[in-house]
Design a protein around this ligand. Sequence first.
Ligand code: GUN
Length: 285
Amino acid sequence: MTAKLIDGTALSKTLRADVASRAAALAARGRQPGLAVVLVGDNPASEVYVRNKVKACEDNGLYSSYDRYPSTLSEADLLARIDELNRDPKINGILVQLPLPAHIDSHKVIEAIAPDKDVDGFHVANAGALMTGKPLFRPCTPYGIMKMFDAYGIALKGANAVVIGRSNIVGKPMAMLLLDAGATVTICHSKTRDLAAHTREADVVVVATGMRSILTADMVKPGAAVIDVGMNRDDAGKLCGDVDFAGVKEVAGYLTPVPGGVGPMTITMLLVNTIEAAERAARDA
Ligand code: GUN
Protein backbone atom coordinates (compact mmCIF):
# COMPACT_ATOMS: atom_id res chain seq x y z
CA MET A 1 0.00 0.00 0.00
CA THR A 2 1.17 3.54 -0.69
CA ALA A 3 -0.15 6.11 1.73
CA LYS A 4 -2.31 9.00 0.62
CA LEU A 5 -0.41 12.17 1.51
CA ILE A 6 -2.27 14.73 3.62
CA ASP A 7 -1.58 18.10 2.02
CA GLY A 8 -1.37 20.70 4.80
CA THR A 9 -0.44 23.46 2.37
CA ALA A 10 -3.58 22.97 0.26
CA LEU A 11 -5.88 22.63 3.28
CA SER A 12 -4.31 25.75 4.81
CA LYS A 13 -5.00 27.70 1.65
CA THR A 14 -8.72 26.92 1.89
CA LEU A 15 -8.88 27.77 5.60
CA ARG A 16 -6.84 30.96 5.15
CA ALA A 17 -9.26 32.19 2.46
CA ASP A 18 -12.02 31.98 5.11
CA VAL A 19 -9.77 33.76 7.63
CA ALA A 20 -9.07 36.57 5.15
CA SER A 21 -12.76 37.14 4.42
CA ARG A 22 -13.66 37.20 8.15
CA ALA A 23 -10.74 39.58 8.81
CA ALA A 24 -11.98 41.88 6.04
CA ALA A 25 -15.53 41.83 7.48
CA LEU A 26 -14.19 42.81 10.92
CA ALA A 27 -11.92 45.50 9.43
CA ALA A 28 -14.90 46.98 7.58
CA ARG A 29 -16.50 47.52 11.01
CA GLY A 30 -13.31 49.21 12.28
CA ARG A 31 -12.26 46.09 14.17
CA GLN A 32 -9.31 44.65 12.27
CA PRO A 33 -8.12 41.57 14.19
CA GLY A 34 -4.69 41.98 15.77
CA LEU A 35 -2.04 39.50 16.94
CA ALA A 36 0.92 40.41 19.16
CA VAL A 37 3.94 38.16 18.73
CA VAL A 38 6.71 38.27 21.33
CA LEU A 39 10.12 36.62 20.89
CA VAL A 40 12.80 36.64 23.57
CA GLY A 41 16.34 35.59 22.63
CA ASP A 42 17.85 34.46 19.35
CA ASN A 43 16.86 30.81 18.90
CA PRO A 44 17.14 30.48 15.08
CA ALA A 45 14.23 28.03 14.76
CA SER A 46 11.98 30.31 16.84
CA GLU A 47 12.97 33.27 14.65
CA VAL A 48 11.81 31.41 11.54
CA TYR A 49 8.51 30.32 13.16
CA VAL A 50 7.78 33.83 14.40
CA ARG A 51 8.61 35.45 11.07
CA ASN A 52 6.21 33.04 9.34
CA LYS A 53 3.47 33.86 11.85
CA VAL A 54 3.84 37.62 11.31
CA LYS A 55 3.90 37.16 7.52
CA ALA A 56 0.74 35.00 7.64
CA CYS A 57 -1.01 37.87 9.46
CA GLU A 58 0.09 40.37 6.81
CA ASP A 59 -1.00 38.08 3.97
CA ASN A 60 -4.50 37.56 5.38
CA GLY A 61 -5.49 41.04 6.55
CA LEU A 62 -4.67 40.76 10.27
CA TYR A 63 -2.80 43.50 12.11
CA SER A 64 0.32 42.26 13.89
CA SER A 65 2.87 43.66 16.28
CA TYR A 66 6.23 41.96 16.70
CA ASP A 67 8.38 42.52 19.81
CA ARG A 68 11.89 41.12 19.65
CA TYR A 69 13.85 41.19 22.89
CA PRO A 70 17.40 40.12 23.73
CA SER A 71 17.82 36.99 25.87
CA THR A 72 18.81 39.28 28.77
CA LEU A 73 15.26 40.69 29.08
CA SER A 74 14.08 40.41 32.69
CA GLU A 75 10.99 38.43 33.64
CA ALA A 76 9.50 41.58 35.21
CA ASP A 77 9.89 43.54 31.96
CA LEU A 78 8.28 40.75 29.95
CA LEU A 79 5.35 40.59 32.41
CA ALA A 80 4.95 44.39 32.16
CA ARG A 81 4.80 44.17 28.35
CA ILE A 82 2.17 41.41 28.52
CA ASP A 83 0.11 43.57 30.85
CA GLU A 84 0.19 46.36 28.24
CA LEU A 85 -0.86 43.97 25.47
CA ASN A 86 -3.68 42.58 27.64
CA ARG A 87 -5.10 46.11 27.84
CA ASP A 88 -4.48 47.10 24.19
CA PRO A 89 -7.82 47.07 22.30
CA LYS A 90 -6.04 46.63 18.92
CA ILE A 91 -4.69 43.28 20.12
CA ASN A 92 -6.99 40.23 20.19
CA GLY A 93 -4.33 37.53 20.48
CA ILE A 94 -1.00 37.33 22.30
CA LEU A 95 1.64 34.75 21.42
CA VAL A 96 4.85 34.47 23.42
CA GLN A 97 7.10 32.12 21.48
CA LEU A 98 8.45 29.18 23.51
CA PRO A 99 10.95 28.17 24.71
CA LEU A 100 11.88 31.21 26.83
CA PRO A 101 15.38 31.73 28.28
CA ALA A 102 16.03 29.69 31.43
CA HIS A 103 15.86 32.68 33.82
CA ILE A 104 12.22 33.36 32.84
CA ASP A 105 9.47 31.18 34.33
CA SER A 106 7.38 30.26 31.30
CA HIS A 107 4.41 29.16 33.46
CA LYS A 108 4.31 32.58 35.10
CA VAL A 109 4.45 34.29 31.71
CA ILE A 110 1.66 32.15 30.20
CA GLU A 111 -0.55 32.73 33.27
CA ALA A 112 -0.05 36.50 32.83
CA ILE A 113 -1.74 36.44 29.39
CA ALA A 114 -5.45 37.28 29.54
CA PRO A 115 -7.24 33.94 28.88
CA ASP A 116 -9.46 35.55 26.24
CA LYS A 117 -6.32 36.64 24.29
CA ASP A 118 -4.44 33.35 24.81
CA VAL A 119 -4.64 32.19 21.19
CA ASP A 120 -2.11 29.41 21.90
CA GLY A 121 -4.56 27.90 24.40
CA PHE A 122 -1.75 27.36 26.93
CA HIS A 123 -3.15 29.26 29.96
CA VAL A 124 -4.32 26.94 32.77
CA ALA A 125 -7.85 28.31 32.33
CA ASN A 126 -7.81 27.29 28.67
CA ALA A 127 -6.09 23.95 29.29
CA GLY A 128 -8.73 23.25 31.96
CA ALA A 129 -11.55 24.32 29.64
CA LEU A 130 -10.24 21.93 26.98
CA MET A 131 -9.96 19.11 29.50
CA THR A 132 -13.51 19.62 30.77
CA GLY A 133 -15.03 19.77 27.29
CA LYS A 134 -15.68 23.51 26.82
CA PRO A 135 -12.58 24.82 25.02
CA LEU A 136 -12.22 28.54 24.32
CA PHE A 137 -9.00 28.15 22.28
CA ARG A 138 -7.62 24.81 21.12
CA PRO A 139 -3.79 24.72 20.92
CA CYS A 140 -2.88 25.39 17.28
CA THR A 141 -0.96 22.25 16.28
CA PRO A 142 -3.47 19.68 17.64
CA TYR A 143 -6.36 21.82 16.34
CA GLY A 144 -4.80 21.79 12.86
CA ILE A 145 -4.36 18.02 13.02
CA MET A 146 -8.06 17.58 13.92
CA LYS A 147 -8.92 19.67 10.82
CA MET A 148 -6.78 17.28 8.74
CA PHE A 149 -8.63 14.20 10.07
CA ASP A 150 -11.90 15.92 9.26
CA ALA A 151 -10.89 17.05 5.75
CA TYR A 152 -9.65 13.57 4.78
CA GLY A 153 -12.59 11.70 6.32
CA ILE A 154 -10.41 9.81 8.82
CA ALA A 155 -12.74 8.20 11.36
CA LEU A 156 -11.85 8.70 15.04
CA LYS A 157 -14.87 7.27 16.85
CA GLY A 158 -13.74 3.99 18.39
CA ALA A 159 -10.31 4.21 16.73
CA ASN A 160 -7.14 3.29 18.61
CA ALA A 161 -5.01 6.45 18.69
CA VAL A 162 -1.43 6.64 19.90
CA VAL A 163 0.17 10.02 20.62
CA ILE A 164 3.96 9.92 20.97
CA GLY A 165 5.07 12.92 23.05
CA ARG A 166 3.56 14.43 26.20
CA SER A 167 4.25 18.16 25.85
CA ASN A 168 1.76 20.84 26.89
CA ILE A 169 2.01 22.26 23.35
CA VAL A 170 1.17 19.12 21.35
CA GLY A 171 0.96 15.73 23.10
CA LYS A 172 -1.39 16.44 26.00
CA PRO A 173 -3.91 18.66 24.15
CA MET A 174 -3.79 16.28 21.14
CA ALA A 175 -4.78 13.40 23.42
CA MET A 176 -7.68 15.44 24.84
CA LEU A 177 -9.04 16.33 21.38
CA LEU A 178 -8.78 12.72 20.18
CA LEU A 179 -10.50 11.51 23.34
CA ASP A 180 -13.27 14.05 22.84
CA ALA A 181 -13.71 12.75 19.27
CA GLY A 182 -14.32 9.23 20.61
CA ALA A 183 -10.89 7.63 20.09
CA THR A 184 -9.27 5.27 22.60
CA VAL A 185 -6.09 7.17 23.36
CA THR A 186 -2.66 6.04 24.54
CA ILE A 187 0.03 8.62 25.28
CA CYS A 188 3.56 7.27 24.77
CA HIS A 189 6.81 9.08 25.57
CA SER A 190 10.55 8.65 26.09
CA LYS A 191 10.03 6.31 29.07
CA THR A 192 7.54 4.02 27.29
CA ARG A 193 8.88 0.47 27.47
CA ASP A 194 7.78 -1.02 24.16
CA LEU A 195 6.72 1.76 21.82
CA ALA A 196 6.22 -0.54 18.82
CA ALA A 197 3.77 -2.74 20.75
CA HIS A 198 1.54 0.32 21.15
CA THR A 199 1.91 1.79 17.66
CA ARG A 200 1.29 -1.55 15.90
CA GLU A 201 -2.24 -1.59 17.36
CA ALA A 202 -2.99 2.00 16.38
CA ASP A 203 -5.37 3.18 13.66
CA VAL A 204 -4.04 6.72 14.19
CA VAL A 205 -0.51 7.72 15.26
CA VAL A 206 0.54 11.31 16.03
CA VAL A 207 4.30 11.67 16.46
CA ALA A 208 5.68 14.75 18.25
CA THR A 209 9.06 13.90 19.74
CA GLY A 210 11.72 15.89 17.87
CA MET A 211 13.57 12.62 17.20
CA ARG A 212 14.32 11.66 13.61
CA SER A 213 12.93 8.32 12.35
CA ILE A 214 11.47 7.33 15.72
CA LEU A 215 8.56 5.74 13.84
CA THR A 216 9.58 3.15 11.23
CA ALA A 217 7.53 0.99 8.84
CA ASP A 218 7.67 -2.14 11.06
CA MET A 219 5.93 -0.16 13.85
CA VAL A 220 2.89 0.83 11.76
CA LYS A 221 -0.35 -1.08 11.26
CA PRO A 222 -1.18 -1.33 7.54
CA GLY A 223 -3.62 1.42 6.57
CA ALA A 224 -3.07 3.57 9.68
CA ALA A 225 -3.16 7.38 9.56
CA VAL A 226 0.25 8.75 10.58
CA ILE A 227 0.69 12.42 11.49
CA ASP A 228 4.25 13.73 11.73
CA VAL A 229 4.68 16.85 13.90
CA GLY A 230 8.51 16.67 13.85
CA MET A 231 10.69 19.39 12.39
CA ASN A 232 14.29 18.17 12.20
CA ARG A 233 17.26 18.29 9.80
CA ASP A 234 18.73 15.16 8.23
CA ASP A 235 22.49 14.63 7.77
CA ALA A 236 22.39 16.58 4.50
CA GLY A 237 20.68 19.50 6.30
CA LYS A 238 17.31 18.82 4.65
CA LEU A 239 14.11 19.35 6.66
CA CYS A 240 12.60 16.08 7.92
CA GLY A 241 10.09 14.89 10.50
CA ASP A 242 10.00 12.25 13.23
CA VAL A 243 8.73 9.54 10.85
CA ASP A 244 10.85 7.45 8.48
CA PHE A 245 8.87 8.85 5.56
CA ALA A 246 10.11 6.55 2.76
CA GLY A 247 9.42 3.38 4.77
CA VAL A 248 6.17 4.36 6.46
CA LYS A 249 4.71 5.63 3.16
CA GLU A 250 4.61 2.02 1.95
CA VAL A 251 2.56 0.79 4.96
CA ALA A 252 0.33 3.65 6.19
CA GLY A 253 -3.03 4.58 4.71
CA TYR A 254 -2.47 8.33 5.25
CA LEU A 255 0.72 10.26 5.99
CA THR A 256 1.66 13.91 6.42
CA PRO A 257 4.84 15.07 4.66
CA VAL A 258 7.50 17.33 6.23
CA PRO A 259 7.54 20.06 5.04
CA GLY A 260 4.01 20.74 3.79
CA GLY A 261 2.02 18.79 6.38
CA VAL A 262 1.38 19.91 9.95
CA GLY A 263 3.61 23.03 9.82
CA PRO A 264 1.39 25.27 7.67
CA MET A 265 -1.70 24.09 9.60
CA THR A 266 -0.27 25.26 12.93
CA ILE A 267 0.07 28.82 11.65
CA THR A 268 -3.33 28.69 9.98
CA MET A 269 -5.01 27.68 13.25
CA LEU A 270 -3.26 30.57 15.03
CA LEU A 271 -4.97 32.88 12.53
CA VAL A 272 -8.30 31.10 13.07
CA ASN A 273 -7.99 31.47 16.87
CA THR A 274 -7.12 35.17 16.51
CA ILE A 275 -10.15 35.75 14.26
CA GLU A 276 -12.37 33.94 16.77
CA ALA A 277 -10.98 36.13 19.58
CA ALA A 278 -11.63 39.28 17.52
CA GLU A 279 -15.19 38.18 16.62
CA ARG A 280 -15.87 37.47 20.31
CA ALA A 281 -14.47 40.87 21.34
CA ALA A 282 -16.63 42.58 18.68
CA ARG A 283 -19.73 40.73 19.93
CA ASP A 284 -19.04 41.65 23.54
CA ALA A 285 -18.34 45.34 22.78
N1 GUN B 1 7.00 26.80 20.33
C1 GUN B 1 6.78 25.71 19.55
N2 GUN B 1 5.48 25.64 19.17
C2 GUN B 1 4.87 26.71 19.72
C3 GUN B 1 3.53 27.20 19.67
O1 GUN B 1 2.61 26.61 19.05
N3 GUN B 1 3.30 28.35 20.34
C4 GUN B 1 4.28 29.01 21.03
N4 GUN B 1 3.94 30.13 21.67
N5 GUN B 1 5.53 28.59 21.10
C5 GUN B 1 5.82 27.45 20.44
